[in-house]
Unconditional design. Structure first.
Length: 576
């Protein structure tokens, strides 16, 4: 594309005598004559002062904008929202986290459409900012990319490396008398030493890897840790790349294909990544109009070995992976096993195979195993179905070896009640904990359960109990923990029929989650079931509860009327 054509959208905003008013306003914001001759590049920043994950993105944006200017563009930065899962965990505030994914995507769309940007770069950090960014890029389909702010460095406590996962597990240990007040306070002060997203292969680092395997984030730039000296140069280069995408007219939907999404699923499976990737990749596929089902995750994961020894189930953190050879090394291993489509293109202009070929493996590294020595022969994600989850549910099997479990249900209608039971030592070995009415609609917002799951581990029950919920889990969760049970309780799913003492069966090899009740018994109980009153009757939470789909579809918000397809009110068939 010639330079004269680099303003396909923004010239409508800035060019001609009739646009003098717009230019006058932009001049007041610092733009000058030359700026109007260049393409307008949106810099969507998810900076927020609340929490380390996005705290440094304001400074990082300066380097991105310098790269854009150097490459011939005019950067225009704007902000959107972010919710820190690590801070809101275990509170009412966590209900807002998954909701924020939709708000992030919507707000990026609004500002980009409103200002007719020619291209877009999105700076991301905490969990929901990453899929929200990719959803917006797919929806807008203008040249653009994602830049991840990078992982936090591990903290040091009593001679070993720690992450936020250790703090939440220590809460349970402290409650059982296994840690003093002084030790807990010392760990609290050490776990998060600076800026960057949570350090293990939790949701942020999982989704950052997803973006690189999708090709929508530049491999080798996004994964540079937050406080690494090379992050500024990475940001500058990412700014330049946006102009390269614009000149080559490479749009997100040329990159985000079914093959690219399957590459991303393989990347999650081989690194023991977060179950939240299931929700988010389903949502991204929805925006890209790509057919994807939860069964695809099980199919791909069953073919892919676990090669990365990463927390929460393993020993190492994201900064260790970067030092070992980075995400490119992971891709190289999978390509050697013929488990990736190497011809998928990326925002760098190179294919995924070309990016992987550039991997530099550190001598003696122990983070990424060789193909002949996997941690496990199959991947970390498993999809279960059965009479408790007709639409499916998700369990992460990395980091634990339990394949079968049978025990009596201990039923709780919210997360707080379950946490109180753990805190008061009411939960016993062999219990099957059921937490319901925490799904996308019932929550609303599908809260993560790290406060409960980490407390169970800290209490020494991580390997002797099981848990299922229509909510979801933090990427830091490990153990036999099944989330995204669908249909959810608030929609009258079978999980709403379970009572204390019912026998719950987890059968991983046969992909089953069931309660030992007949179909007739379940239906009889549900016949007298009444949906709970909504927690919110106005505002964004109420809107979300009204519009959100099942977790099995990615918990995306659906358009009530599909005028483009039928011209009549009704549900959008594509998104449902």
């Amino acid at each position: 594309m010639s330079d004269s054509l680099l303003k396909p959208r923004s010239r409508t905003l800035t060019d001609g005598a009739h646009r003098a008013g717009a230019r006058a306003m932009l001049r007041a914001a610092g733009l000058q004559d030359d700026d109007f001759t260049r393409p307008l590049i949106g810099v969507a920043n998810t900076w927020i002062e609340i929490g380390p994950c996005n705290y440094h993105l304001r400074e990082l944006a300066q380097h991105v904008k310098e790269g854009i200017r150097a490459a011939g563009g005019t950067p225009l930065e704007f902000n959107t929202v972010s919710i820190s899962d690590g801070i809101t965990m275990g509170t009412e505030g966590m209900r807002t986290s998954l909701v924020s994914r939709e708000v992030i995507a919507d707000s990026i769309e609004l500002v980009t459409r409103g200002n007719l940007f020619d291209a877009l770069i999105v700076l991301v950090g905490c969990d929901k900012t990453i899929p929200g960014a990719v959803m917006a890029l797919a929806r807008l389909n203008i040249p653009g990319l994602v830049l991840y702010g990078g992982s936090i460095a591990p903290g040091q406590f009593e001679g070993h490396s720690v992450t936020i996962q250790d703090v939440y597990e220590a809460i349970g240990k402290h409650a059982r008398g296994g840690m003093t007040d002084a030790q807990l306070r010392s760990l609290e002060g050490a776990a998060c030493p600076g800026a960057g997203a949570c350090g293990g292969q939790f949701t942020a680092n999982t989704m950052a890897l997803v973006c690189e395997f999708l090709g929508i984030a530049p491999m080798g730039l996004s994964s540079v840790p937050a406080t690494n000296a090379g992050k500024a140069n990475a940001a500058h280069r990412a700014g330049e790349l946006v102009l390269d995408l614009l000149r080559r007219d490479v749009t997100p939907l040329k990159i985000i294909t079914k093959a690219a999404i399957e590459n991303a699923i393989a990347g999650v499976a081989t690194t023991g990544g977060s179950t939240n990737a299931v929700l988010h990749l389903l949502a991204i596929a929805n925006e890209a109009k790509i057919s994807l089902s939860i069964e695809d995750f099980d199919r791909i994961s069953s073919l892919v070995p676990i090669l990365a020894d990463l927390k929460p189930g393993g020993r190492f953190v994201a900064t260790d992976l970067y030092a070992a050879g980075g995400t490119a090394l992971v891709a190289k291993r999978l390509l050697e096993a013929k488990l990736l489509r190497g011809d998928s293109i990326t925002v760098t202009g190179r294919t995924l195979a070309e990016e992987a070929a550039a991997a530099k493996e550190a001598p003696g590294q122990q983070v990424v195993r060789r193909l002949e020595e996997p941690l496990k022969p199959t991947g970390g994600l498993v999809i279960l179905k059965g009479n408790l989850a007709p639409e499916g549910c998700v369990v992460k099997v990395a980091g634990h070896g339990v394949q079968n479990f049978r025990g009596p249900a201990r039923v709780f209608d919210n997360e707080e009640a379950a946490f109180a039971a753990v805190d008061k030592n009411i939960i016993k070995t062999g219990d099957a904990i059921v937490i319901r009415y925490e799904g996308p609609k019932g929550g609303p917002g599908m809260r993560e359960m790290l406060a409960v799951t980490a407390a169970l581990v800290g209490a020494g029950l991580g390997d002797s109990v099981a848990l299922l919920t229509d909510g979801r889990f933090s990427g830091a969760t490990h153990g036999l923990m099944v989330g995204h049970v669908a249909p959810e309780a608030a929609s009258g799913g079978p999980i709403a029929a379970v009572v204390d003492g019912d026998i719950i069966v987890f059968d991983i090899p046969n992909r089953q989650l069931r309660v030992e009740l007949s179909a007739a018994d379940i239906q009889k109980r549900l016949a007298t079931w009444k949906p709970p009153a909504p927690r919110f009757r106005s505002g964004v939470m109420a809107k979300y509860a009204l519009l959100v789909s099942s977790a099995s579809l990615g918990a995306v918000t659906v358009v009530p009327a599909s005028f483009s397809e039928t011209g009549q009110p009704g549900l959008n068939a594509r998104t449902l």
